[in-house]
Structure formats: C-alpha cells, structure tokens
Design a protein around this ligand. Sequence first.
Ligand code: SF4
Length: 395
Amino acid sequence: MLAQEIHTTQTQLGDRSTYVGMSDIGAAMECLRSAAARKLASPGTQPHTIPPQHVGSILKRHLPLHRGHWQEAGITDALTRSGHRLIPQLEISASFHRVPIKAHLDITLIHEAPTPVIRVLELKSNGHLPETLYTSNEVQLYGQIGLLESTWHRPCCSHRDEDGQPIFTRKPFPEAARLLFGINLPDTPEGVTIEGWVLSISMADAKAFGPYTPNRTMLGICCNTAADLWQAVNAVKAGQLALDDLPYCQGFHPLCDWCDANATCPKFRPMRVDGIPVDLGPAHAADLDHLAGLKERKLAIEGDIAAIEGRIRSAFQRIAAVSDSMARDWITAGRHRFRVASMPGRQTIDQSALQEELQALTGDPQTATDILERARKTGQPHERLFIGPINGKGE
Ligand code: SF4
C-alpha cells in the first residue's frame, strides 16, 4: 500500500514541492503550520520495512486514504461504463503572483447538449458520512471550479494515463474536450454551467454536497492562502522562520490527531518539572494505549449499533405497512421481540421566545435579561481527560 501511495503520488501529482495544490490550500485554511510541515517533508521514494508491531497503527492511518483511491477507480469505471464523458484526474496549472498553483480534479464530467454542463466531482472517503463539509473540503472545491472557469481559454489543462505518461499537456479546456471526445465547447465559459460537488462515500452509504458554483471571492481566498503558504514554506527553507513561528489552529481540532507534525507542535506545550518535560514510564504509556484502543472500539460499537438498529427499524416499517392491525404490535425473531414506537420529542425552552415574552410582560428588556440570568443554572465544573496520538512515534 505504501508503495502504491508513492507510485500514485509520483505519477499523478508529480513533485508536490514545486507547486501549491488545492489540498495544500484546504489544509492551510485549517492550519498553516501543519500545511507547511507537509510541504517541507521530503517525499518518500521507497517504502521502508515496517516492524510488525507498528503495522496496525500504520494501516489505521493509510487505509482510509487507499479506500479513497479504490473508490475513485470504481466510481470512474461505473460512470464511464454508463456512457458518461469524463476526465479522471484532470490537472489545471496556473500562477498567482508567481506562486505556482495546481488543481487535480478527481472526476470532470462533461455534458455537451443542449447547454454545456461541466460537473467536477471531488471524492471523499469517510468512516461516517458528515452532516456538513469541512471548510478545507469546500475551499478545495471552490479552488478547483474557480480555476477551471478562470483558465477556461488558456493552455492550463494536462492529463496523464495511469502510468503517468502525458495524454495531453497544457491545453485549454475546450481543446482537451475536443481531443478526448470530439465535442465542441464554447471558447469562453459564459453560457457554460460549471458545478462542483463533493461526493462523500462511506462503506455503506454516500452523500453528495452541492452544487457549488465558481465564486470570484472564494477563488481569491484560495489564491491568497496559496501565496501565504508558499511564502511560509520558502521562509522556513531559507531559515528566516522556524516552523514553530507559523500560526497554528487554536483549541480542539480533529486535524491534530492526523497531523504528521504534531509531535513537536507548540500547541501541545509539555508540562515540566524542574524545567524538564515530563515523560512517564511504560505503565502509563500502556494505560494510554489501552484507553485509546477502548475508545476506538466504543466508537466502532456505537457505529455497529446504529447500523443494526437502522436495519431492524426499516424491517419493522416494511412489515407494519402490510400488517393486519393499525397498532404497532410486537414482532418476534428468535429469542427476541421488537417494535418501533413513536416517542414524544424532547422538550426544551426556546430562550429567545421566552426573552420576548418576559420583555412583553415587564416592558423592559434589561429586566427580562435579569430574570433569565437569575433562573439560569450552571452545572458543577468537571474534569475531562484529553488524549491524542503523537504521530511519528513508532512509525
Ligand atoms: S498538531 Fe494541530 S495545531 Fe499543531 S500543526 Fe498539527 S494541525 Fe496544526
């Protein structure tokens, strides 16, 4: 898997240290230090031998990425076989204030008639489907479709085969479409509908977010972020700045658990005793490993429970729809029986409605606020244990 990862990066994305990619921009929007560290890390050329005791943790970090590559190949194949015209991994190169920027579009669907529609699909492999998109995903997509629209008539599109051999290099998008499919698109993007979609895929479900349309302001934000990142990386390379001088995301951020530069991040200031950072022995380390494992299992079990409950609930609905009585009676299965009942919704107090009512009664907004304040109850403060992986240790 590591070998395939290195091969795919080299053949499809080229030397990532020579440009700013859309995923770099998305990452920099979340945390500039993390994005810069990723660009500064030297890309591997050979997978190293992995000690058996570290295979599990490495699999956990790389499997989701690979699932994404496999899903991408499967979806590209399914769309191609069902007659869609598409370009996988289209590369768009541009430059903004002399900062080289590249976008790699997972799938670009082309519909020619009656009005041309170009749909850019960004595929995301998720353990669970998100309710909303991460900012970095949205920024990445805005950058892709913004660049497609703004470079439409310029020779910026390139495409390689699976082995990295060029199919065409530096063509305007309409010419690329003509070369690949023999179709004629307008020379300018006016009159063409360009849409961006993020397709989030889990093991058992999928969800599409969109459509997003090209937006000048969002493209400007992308380009400015690319320039910030490019300058930061070059300043660190030149020794004018240290990685730790760069801004990093504050407060809890899920990215930190996955960040390759989290081992030395100033955000996690170590506790010191007599000036020396505390590093506890193997007994505490084993407890933390065990606790982290239990939490992961708990998450997985909760996911399994939700999936099984969903299946049983839909089985009940199907049977109830054709049952003899209107009552939602019990259904037996082996040593258990089950039924789905309607439960009353949770009651909560609408704070702003109450504030308005109190204001109307007292005739004074301040009195209404004071009453609400006096009625507010705060629970006892409690302690919470935070644990997180230190990446790079043991890999
Ligand atoms: S650990 Fe978190 S805050 Fe630190 S660089 Fe990585 S993502 Fe940013």
